[in-house]
Design a protein around this ligand. Sequence first.
Ligand SMILES: Cc1cc2nc3c(=O)[nH]c(=O)nc-3n(C[C@H](O)[C@H](O)[C@H](O)COP(=O)(O)OP(=O)(O)OC[C@H]3O[C@@H](n4cnc5c(N)ncnc54)[C@H](O)[C@@H]3O)c2cc1C
Length: 453
Amino acid sequence: MIAIVGGGISGLSLAHALKAKGREGLLLEAEPRVGGTIRTTTRDGFIAEWGPNGFLDKEPKTRELVSALGLEGRLRAAEPTSKRRFVYSKGKLHEVPLSPPGFLKTELLPLSGKLRALGDLFVSRATQDDESLASFGRRRFGHAAAETLIDAIQTGIYAGNYEKLSARATFPILAELEQRHRSIVVGMVKLQKEKRRAGEKAGSGALTTFEGGLETLVSALADGLRDSVRLGSKVTGLSLAQGRWKITSLTDGTSVTAEAEAVVLAVPAFAAAELLRPLDAKLAAELEAIEYNAVASVQLGFWKADLPSPIEGFGFIVPAHEGHRVIGAIYISSIFPWRSPSDSVLFNCMAGGAVRPDALGLSDEQLVETVLEELRQLLGVAAPPIFRQVVRWPRAIPQYNVGHLARVARIEEAAGRLPGLTLTGNCLRGVGMNDCIRNSAALADRISMSGRG
Ligand SMILES: Cc1cc2nc3c(=O)[nH]c(=O)nc-3n(C[C@H](O)[C@H](O)[C@H](O)COP(=O)(O)OP(=O)(O)OC[C@H]3O[C@@H](n4cnc5c(N)ncnc54)[C@H](O)[C@@H]3O)c2cc1C
């Protein structure tokens, strides 16, 4: 038997893949529900996500999972208008240019910044192994493009500090393009051509969710796993004796022990550290050193009639150097119009992140006021909201800082010395839902081939 600790998308998709291979598993989840950071509220006609809003429809393993669960008919892709994205700069929003003429016209960068960004065509390859995203961006595209565009791109995924994030760990494709083509711009153009030539059919790459929100996916996974999921079971102790693992959990206040040949920890790094400290203090320290940011997600709904103009596009990002508490806003009802009543709009605004953690110290009311002020200034939204939901994630997204990949290698090496133990989850090799699903599918293959459990 294989025990899986943690019922987020990593643990759930692993349990699903193992079950499909005929492996017996037991999934232990601390909370009374599965899903981890994936959670949906449906209220007054609004469908509000607590964490992720969707995944990019380009990962074959996610498509396979969706199809195995019979959910293809419930997939919902983003509206084409959501291709328009905005970045805040000097008091207003600017549309992110998607074409060379657009790049030449944009006011996001001064002329000197645009000319320097084109310097990417001539800059030589990196000599160092790992560097921060800020250093990578400045080296290739110059200061202005780095602090505006590169920081905005990472903020939309990691809400991190780009002076600390590792370029190689957060955007491996950039380092790969640099090594293969020297210039990132040339590499990207070639990559697009290669994809077109290969007639890539793996999906549109659009942000995608399900009818009913992402809860549909985690509920379907839990339904398929039925009795092999134990909710409200916080694992409090792990021990290994004669090749068998003893897993102690607190279920409804009672200590319960299960035995297994193999254990997979699909929990956040700090939770894995706590469980592994008695077995290997150095391994626990490596896990504990993975930082997390703090994010508040503020969902606000308004009557459409109260808005000065239609809200179109994906949303906006406020780069860190602008010094605002709000990280950005996603225009949910422009991307997925069915997630709010037809006479209303829904925004998912984020505050906090690695560079602005003090936002989490605000009360819910202050958070709503801070976000409302930003929406008023940038979009002219002055009306009171008719829907509000504030969700706090004190440890939201793991930060892949410089040195992360070397740390992951040390973690995996140390974990390998504890027979039958594997670590997975978003703290190691990718924070997106697609990464978690792909890594779990690969892990299920490895476990199945090793004959463990
Ligand atoms: C605000 C926010 C927005 C995001 N937006 C997107 C997005 O749009 N697209 C995208 O692809 N990704 C997004 N992400 C990232 C993505 O949601 C996560 O990386 C992914 O869901 C993590 O899944 P996981 O299973 O690895 O971890 P988690 O979801 O953290 O699950 C871990 C589980 O382990 C359980 N657990 C912890 N300790 C124990 C214990 N001792 N015993 C038993 N159980 C335990 C927890 O209760 C939890 O259920 C977002 C994340 C956040 C926070």
